[in-house]
Every structure is written in structure tokens, then in C-alpha cells.
Design a protein around this ligand. Structure first.
Ligand code: FPP
Length: 249
């Protein structure tokens, strides 16, 4: 989707039809770097700048929840130097963004296998989450060591344990029970899922939660993604008719 200057004004959006929750698969940092003969880590550094821009744009637009796929369970299999660099970048982001998160009343949350993160990253994550816990204007959810399938396994195990101890009968398990046992318990499902860099894949992201999300895939690589294109996608989203499996009235 090409950027169009007429889309750069967030006041053109209908505040009544904004997505409550936007989820983003940030892809293409490596390709962005390769195109410029840079190393992959430099691509991730530029990608972190895009994260800042998109968080600001969401806050400005009035989006209540933004979930970013920052590190998947599969990403642990990348070369050690790349994993370490991503952890350094993440920690730096958490430290440097604290004041902006506070100024803009943005709460930070994390979903995923947080226990697998290095201790120093985990500690900083908990500090930033604790500091921002009372902020109510927007929530930024970082998916870290996140995988949709492992989230589902974790949910099934917890419900099975409750059932085994007589806490719930099989017939009493509903969609609501399942939702309540996911990392995203209490968070509305994403209305809009964006993926950058052109791949037509879900990549194990929010498998249960995106059941009715509107999907937008852009060829733009994540480091090149920005405010204008994000606003253009919001405008296009507002033109889509969401039927949730029903027919038009
Ligand atoms: C995908 O690009 C991106 C990632 C695996 C990590 C996303 C991380 C960031 C945007 C930076 C740090 C995050 C925060 C929250 C500060 P890729 O490496 O798979 O790209 P490629 O497919 O072109 O190789």
C-alpha cells in the first residue's frame, strides 16, 4: 500500500469506527538491512524506531490496545548474537520509553513465556510494567517469547488441572472459559491485524484471538513502515464491512 499525503491527517478518521485493538506482525528488519548492505541487527535497531512511531500514532489516534509481535518462541533459534542483540534492544526500549509511556498515560503489558527472557530484561520489564500499571489512556502489549500454540497448550493444561480437581465439568467449558485462560485474558480480541513485508502468514501469532480480525498485509518492510501508512490502513479498515459470519441487515 503506497503512502498518500491525504491520509496523513488522523482527524480524517471516524472516531466511532476505530479498532479497539490493533495487533502487528513486525516483519522485514533483516531484508531492510540486507538491501542496504547493513547487518541484521542494524535492521532491528531501525525497527525499534518504527515501534516508537507506531506507539505514538496509536496514542494520538485513540486506539486503546496495541499488541506488537516483538519476539516469537521460534526466534530463540536465531543465531545467538542476534538473540542477544534483540534482548539488548528490548531492554533499552523499556528504559528509554518509560518517561514517554508515563507522559502519555500508556500502560505496558507483556504476553508470552516471560520466564524464558534473560533476568535483566525480565527485571526491567517488571519495573516498567509496575511503573505504568495505573495508566489508562492506552495499553501497549509486547508479545515476547510468544507462540500461539504454546499459549493454547498452557490454557488446556490449566483448565485440565482445574477439571481434574473437580473445579469445572467438561460441559461447563465455554469460549469464555478458554479466553479467560489465555495470556490475553480481559483484553478485547484484535479488530485489525497488520503484517509488514508481504508474507501471507500468521506465524503462530494470537491464533485464537484473531478469529474475526480484519487482516492487512503491506509489502513495506517494518523499518520503512510509518505514521502515514498506518493511518491509511486505519482508513481502509473503516471502509471494510465487518459481518462476523452474519449476513448484511
Ligand atoms: C522480524 O524481522 C522482526 C523481529 C523478529 C523482531 C522485531 C523486533 C523489533 C522491531 C525491534 C525491537 C523491538 C522492540 C519492541 C523495541 P526479521 O528479522 O524476521 O526480518 P526478515 O524476515 O526480513 O529477515
Amino acid at each position: 500500500m503506497s503512502s498518500n499525503p491525504s491520509f496523513s491527517d488522523s482527524t480524517q478518521l471516524d472516531p466511532q469506527r476505530l479498532p479497539t485493538h490493533v495487533a502487528i506482525i513486525m516483519d522485514g528488519n533483516g531484508r531492510w538491512a540486507k538491501k542496504r548492505l547493513l547487518n541484521r541487527i542494524q535492521g532491528h535497531e531501525k525497527g525499534a524506531e518504527t515501534v516508537r512511531t507506531i506507539v505514538r500514532t496509536c496514542r494520538e489516534t485513540g486506539i486503546a490496545h496495541l499488541t506488537l509481535y516483538a519476539f516469537s518462541t521460534e526466534n530463540w533459534q536465531r543465531p545467538k548474537v542476534e538473540v542477544e542483540a534483540l534482548m539488548v534492544l528490548l531492554k533499552r526500549f523499556l528504559v528509554e520509553e518509560q518517561s514517554e509511556l508515563m507522559e502519555n498515560r500508556i500502560r505496558l503489558n507483556a504476553i508470552g513465556q516471560i520466564e524464558r527472557l534473560p533476568e535483566s530484561v525480565r527485571e526491567q520489564l517488571h519495573r516498567t510494567m509496575h511503573l505504568t500499571a495505573e495508566n489508562r489512556k492506552m495499553t501497549l502489549h509486547l508479545a515476547l517469547s510468544y507462540g500461539g500454540r504454546s499459549e493454547i497448550v498452557r490454557m488446556v493444561r490449566t483448565i485440565a488441572e482445574t477439571a481434574a480437581s473437580g473445579g469445572i465439568g467438561g460441559g461447563d467449558i465455554t469460549e469464555e472459559t478458554v479466553s479467560r485462560h489465555l495470556y490475553t485474558s480481559g483484553i478485547p480480541d484484535p479488530d485489525l491485524l497488520i503484517r509488514t513485508s508481504g508474507e501471507m502468514r500468521i506465524s503462530n501469532f494470537l491464533l485464537w484471538q484473531i478469529a474475526y480480525a480484519e487482516i492487512f498485509v503491506t509489502d513495506t518492510l517494518w523499518p520503512d513502515f510509518g505514521r502515514e501508512e498506518f493511518l491509511a490502513i486505519l482508513q481502509a479498515y473503516q471502509k471494510r464491512e465487518r459481518r462476523f459470519g452474519r449476513v448484511k441487515e
